[in-house]
Design a protein around this ligand. Structure first.
Ligand code: ADQ
Length: 469
């Protein structure tokens, strides 16, 4: 094999700051072993973007930045990626904002990026593309004649066929997905949806090995639940807690990007119901919600912020006293070591998204616990993590009563049951950390046969005819 080439919407920082957590930790080892390259969008846009990738060297791997004009970036990223695909793939078709220039920009980014990548990769390089912002990339690369193996991992959920069909370009999207050699999804739920989409849209045929025959070639499909650096995160929690005092009263914690998919208003409604039905807990428990704003320029995100502030204010106004604030709401990101300690010193972890690819907070919360006296995870049935973490208290996030009941159960749960649930959750996580995830995906990608040149010539021919026609 040649190099491992990672492609994502945003590249890691050139100086290594901000590497902690996330994808970089997951892929660093594989990248430095294989002599790797990470290609991603430049952190700043420019009116005079370079026509080729801009290279930077780090000690562990190289970075190649893709530059874009501000308007192109806005229409591709805030527009198509986050005002069409993100809501649609999270089942919020009511929030889709369809604008013709969004989808033009989305295709243009993939086309330009493919040209720049094709200039620097070779047949032996293995390319791993990440997430919904770059779905057409394999199609564009193959249209340029590239024969490298190309895998794709979708970090967010894939909805059922009917929801998928609400995206105006759904047939194109299905076709672009089928151009990858390996498609990785977070859960069996999403894999089932993908199979159905391929069957319906491209007459895909499921083979005995679980892959799909589409247009005369085999697309390899797999479920690869992403995880965290379990040992590393646990260490942060243990070391941090040794230097910090525990919270003065039992605490519930929520940590989420401020996003409508995370079910934050529903969570607060559940907490409100819990307080009103269990008044003995008033003044004896607190909810700490950490939710830094993201994608502020998209209207749906402004709305969720004001809704949440309104609800937190209402609960604090109704239940709070001079000495007790029921909801503490923090609007910014915290360093990971602080977060790890906050999880460890919280008796309940509230992870209640309405729809989520995986949700790493659920895994971080479990990894951070003290195994001798662990807290309880309350987890939405619609988080991808629920497929693996059935020893959490699983709730329907749409039902505030379900959340209220689970909070009471968690706070009253005997130590023996808490330990038994935590042992099961932690035991699974320990064996399925983020290293396991990246190795599983890459091994599968390396086992895929390289592109059939005849098929490629056909696709490229069609593509060039379509462009000139
Ligand atoms: P996200 O939607 O960003 O990721 P998630 O999996 O919950 O969601 O990851 C969030 C990460 O950000 C966690 O590591 C968390 O600790 C961190 N974070 C959140 N709020 C923070 C804060 N206030 N301060 C510091 N850190 C904070 C997408 C998908 C998920 C999928 C991941 C990975 O939507 O479903 O799990 O990708 O594939």
């Amino acid at each position: 094999m040649g190099r491992l080439v990672i492609v994502s919407n945003r590249a890691p920082s050139v100086d290594g700051t901000g590497d902690s957590g996330g994808l970089v930790v997951a892929l660093k080892d594989a990248l430095s072993e294989q002599g790797g390259l990470w290609i991603g969008g430049a952190p700043e846009q420019t009116d005079t973007p370079s026509a080729s990738l801009v290279f930077h060297q780090r000690p562990d791997f190289d970075i190649a930045l893709f530059e874009m004009e501000p308007e192109l970036y806005r229409d591709y990223y805030l527009g198509y990626s986050n005002s069409v695909l993100w809501p649609a793939l999270h089942g919020r078709v009511d929030l889709i904002d369809v604008q013709p220039h969004y989808s033009i920009a989305y295709r243009e980014v993939a086309r330009r990026l493919a040209r720049q990548i094709a200039d620097i990769v070779t047949h032996d390089d293995v390319i791993w593309v990440h997430d919904y912002q770059l779905i057409p990339l394999a199609h564009e690369l193959k249209a340029l004649g590239l024969t490298s193996r190309i895998g794709f991992f979708l970090h967010i959920p894939l909805p059922d066929l009917q929801t998928f069909k609400a995206i105006p370009d759904w047939q194109d999207l299905a076709g672009w997905l089928a151009d990858y050699d390996l498609l990785g999804l977070q859960t069996q739920r999403d894999l089932g949806h993908l199979i159905n989409i391929f069957r319906h849209t491209l007459r895909g045929e499921l083979r005995a090995n679980g892959n799909m025959g589409i247009n005369g070639r085999e697309v390899v499909l797999g479920c690869f639940p992403i995880s965290i650096d379990v040992q590393g995160f646990r260490r942060l929690a243990v070391e941090g807690a040794a230097q910090t005092a525990p919270a003065p009263m039992p605490r519930l914690i929520g940590v989420d990007r401020l996003d409508y998919s995370k079910g934050l208003p529903h969570r607060l409604l559940g907490y409100e119901a819990f307080l009103s039905q269990n008044t003995r807990f008033c003044s004896n428990v607190g909810l700490l919600q950490i939710a830094p704003p993201t994608r502020d320029d998209v209207d749906a995100y402004k709305a969720i912020r004001s809704e949440l502030e309104h609800l937190a204010g209402r609960i604090n106004g109704s239940f709070g006293t001079i000495d007790w604030t029921p909801v503490q709401y923090i609007h910014r990101s915290l360093p990971r070591d602080e977060l790890a300690v906050l999880y460890r010193y919280s008796q309940v972890g509230l992870v209640t998204p309405l729809f989520d690819g995986m949700n790493l907070v659920a895994k971080e919360y479990v990894a951070a616990q003290d195994e001798a006296d662990p807290g309880v995870l309350i987890l939405s049935q619609f988080a991808g993590a629920a497929e693996e973490m059935s020893d959490a208290l699983i709730v329907n996030p749409h039902n505030p009563q379900d959340i209220a009941d689970a909070i009471r159960t968690a706070l009253e749960m005997p130590l023996a049951e808490r330990r038994q649930r935590h042992d099961a959750l932690y035991g699974h996580l320990e064996k399925h950390d983020v290293g396991h995830w990246s190795a599983a995906f890459l091994n599968r990608l390396l086992s895929v046969e390289q592109a059939d040149p005849e098929w490629l010539a056909r696709v490229s021919g069609l593509e060039s005819r379509a462009r000139t026609g």
